[in-house]
Design a protein around this ligand. Sequence first.
Ligand code: GLN
Length: 249
Amino acid sequence: MVSSMKLRLLSLYPDQMNIYADRGNILFLQHRCEWRGIEFEVTRCGPGERFDPAEHDLLYMGGGQDRDQKAVARDLVETKRDSVARAKADGAALLAVCGGYQLLGESYELEGETIEGLGLVDLKTVREPGPRLIGPVAIEVDLDGSPKILAGFENHGGRTRLGNGTTPLGRVVHGHGNNGQDGFEGVREDNLIGTYLHGPLLPKNAWLADHLIATGLEHHHGERPELEPLDDGLEEAAHQAALTAARNG
Ligand code: GLN
């Protein structure tokens, strides 16, 4: 086991793509690392900026209103696509939430306009007629052979459909998920995770935070660490409250 470990997080568009506690997700990762004596570094990467994929272990992009997505999409494709693709291929962890999740795919169509996405995973999002998909949500996720529940909150107008052979993050237990129809939520491929769950995703689902931390540390140090358990009483209470809201939703 490596004696001194460090997790290097890259926050993509922290000023533009940041709603519903996206910043809280990053703080939560930071605290869980620091409580364990793991060094934590955050690098911000905004419009016009490029990054070296070898220098980051966990890439994070939060949610955004349609107008925020329009503002960053072209820049994302022009200045960051190659680096994000290389980070993914190299095994870095990548978490994209809601508006960020939509931009991982081929495109987001709305009001006669098509916003081009990164095209990293085979999925498309369309703002179809109908209400926004809003409310508490719970999904069942199996990342490592032991199924677990993620509980959170969704609020999106876009409906996302995965291409054939693309793996959803999970199966909807309560709520709408990707499109309110096929029972799938999110996407996963390599160590990339895209999801509509926010508000705040990680503090309500500490197990996912630890999964991302372990994946990121493995990327940096070449070995997946056994993370020291923490006192998760408050996190467990937050998880149960979110799950109860989803059940009653
Ligand atoms: N603007 C996107 C939609 O409404 C994503 C919203 C969000 O990130 N909450 O579909």
